[in-house]
Structures are given as C-alpha cells and as structure tokens.
Design a protein around this ligand. Structure first.
Ligand SMILES: NC(=O)c1ccc[n+]([C@@H]2O[C@H](COP(=O)([O-])OP(=O)(O)OC[C@H]3O[C@@H](n4cnc5c(N)ncnc54)[C@H](OP(=O)(O)O)[C@@H]3O)[C@@H](O)[C@H]2O)c1
Length: 245
C-alpha cells in the first residue's frame, strides 16, 4: 500500500490509529464524509478492513507499541495531512498498593510511547503537507485524577505534557504542524471491556443508568478541528456527558 500525492483520486490524507473500533472508527467515518482519504490503522485487520470498505479508505495493520511495525507503516505513506493518535486505553482499576506494573507498562507504552512512535515517524510527511495537523486523543483522566486511576491518569497526564511540548516545538518549525488534544469523558465503547479484561458485567456497569457520550460525539469534534483553516490551532477540548462533572 502506498498513498501517493500524485494519485489524483486522493485529496487530503488522514491517518487514524486505533481505527478498528470505537472513537477511531467513528472518526474515520466522519473524516471520510468530509472528503478525506482515511488510512485506518490498528492490530485487528478484519475489523479495520470492514471500516475501510465502509468509508472507501485504506486499512493497514499497525501495532503502535512495535517500532518495526510503525516503521513499515510509515514507509507505506508518502502523504499525510492529518494524524489522529487515538490508539490507547486503560488496563485495570486497582489502587496503587495492588498495582500490576505490567498493566501500567502497557498503558504507558500504548498511550504515550505509541503516540511518540507514530508522531515521530509521520512528522516529515505532516510538515511537507504545509497544513499538517495532529490530534491526540487524551482523556478526562488527563485532567482529573480518580481512585484506582493512577496508572491510566499517569499515562494520559504524560500524553498531555507530550502534546503541549509537541505544539511548542512545532511553533518554531518550518511549516510547523498544528497540535490539538481532545479529552473525552465517559464514552460508551469497548474501552471498559478492555479495562476489565473482558468482564462484560463489570464493563456494562460503567455505563448503566448514565448519559454516556457515543463515539460519534468525539468524531464530530475531530471532524470540526480538522475542518478549520490552517491558521487556527485548537489547543485542547474537554468533552463530557451532561451528567459527568
Ligand atoms: N471510551 C472512553 O470513555 C474514553 C474516554 C476518554 C478517552 N478515551 C481514549 O479514546 C481512545 C479510543 O478508545 P475507545 O474508547 O474508542 O476504545 P476501544 O473501542 O477499545 O478502541 C481502542 C482502539 O485502540 C486500538 N489499539 C489498542 N492498542 C493498540 C496498539 N498497540 N496498536 C494499534 N492500535 C491499538 C484498538 O485496536 P486493535 O485492538 O485492533 O489494535 C482500538 O481500535 C483511547 O486512547 C482511549 O484511551 C476513551
């Protein structure tokens, strides 16, 4: 797969990591609707392919925790105008005294270093765009610590620091890239199923009786940020369900 600038059928190219499900799949659909050619990237190729077929995009297998996978992904792209760093999630909700450090490592490696790997690999293409934009999907967990959240809080607070530094660095870069962080509150996706290792009853209880956001609500914000003129940088957006403080 090679997305080339000379292909007249391709206008602007967006990469959405974690495009196989949830917020990423919804964002891919919204962007495609606005005329972007969307490259959806994640580990589950069957789900990615279904999304790509639905939106007329391109599915590429990618593990953001694996440098070789990121390198070969980047080598297949010669144009990128928008990067949505969405791949991520939480594992566990234990207090620090019972923390499973393997879960903490997964959260840091996926949410923080995964974003670093993909951003670093695609930054040359984003700068060449002249209108490049990076949207990092953070979380309310990057704003407010909560009980049992310390591993995920630490990862998403880390991602917020990374987002801000990338933004500062790009201010002075030639053809600097715009950088945005979108921090959602509770969105009904497979997020909690992943957090609780597939425990469906526990995952369902997170959303029951509440006014949850849906993935399309966050996709709409991503679509809007990406639709603005290149002079505009939205630094951050916090998006909560009405009943979440
Ligand atoms: N749902 C919420 O309440 C909520 C709130 C705030 C922030 N967020 C953030 O929103 C983002 C998307 O989550 P979601 O709610 O849409 O959950 P989701 O449905 O579980 O989606 C997570 C996505 O990340 C991908 N992913 C995980 N590890 C990956 C890896 N190593 N390499 C590539 N892709 C990987 C998954 O794809 P594969 O499994 O196919 O690789 C999947 O597409 C995450 O960063 C999450 O932290 C979610």
């Amino acid at each position: 797969m090679m997305i080339t600038m000379t292909d007249s059928s391709v206008s602007r190219v967006a990469v959405v990591t974690g495009g196989s499900a949830g917020i990423g799949a919804a964002a891919a659909e919204a962007l495609a609707h606005d005329g972007w050619h969307v490259v959806v990237a994640a580990r589950r190729l069957d789900k990615l392919t279904a999304v790509a077929e639905r939106i007329g995009g391109t599915a590429v297998e990618l593990d953001v925790t694996d440098q070789a996978s990121v390198d070969s992904f980047a080598a297949g792209l010669d144009r990128v105008d928008l990067l949505v760093n969405n791949a991520g999630g939480a594992r566990g909700l234990e207090p620090l005294a019972e923390a499973d450090l393997e879960k903490w490592q997964w959260m840091y490696d996926t949410n923080v270093l995964g974003t670093v790997r993909v951003t670093r690999a695609l930054l040359p293409r984003l700068r060449e765009s002249g209108e490049g934009l990076i949207i990092n999907i953070g979380s309310k967990a990057a704003l407010d610590p909560y009980l049992g959240g310390s591993g995920y809080n630490a990862a998403k607070f880390g991602l917020k620091a990374l987002t801000r530094v990338t933004r500062l660095e790009e201010i002075d870069a030639a053809a600097g890239v715009r950088v945005t962080e979108i921090d959602p509150g509770r969105v009904a996706t497979d997020f909690s199923l992943m957090r609780f290792d597939g425990d469906e009853a526990r995952a369902r209880a997170v959303y029951e009786g509440k006014e949850n956001l849906v993935a399309e609500d966050i996709a709409e914000a991503i679509r809007w940020v990406a639709s603005l003129p290149p002079r505009v940088n939205i630094d951050s957006m916090n998006i909560m369900p009405r009943d979440q403080g």
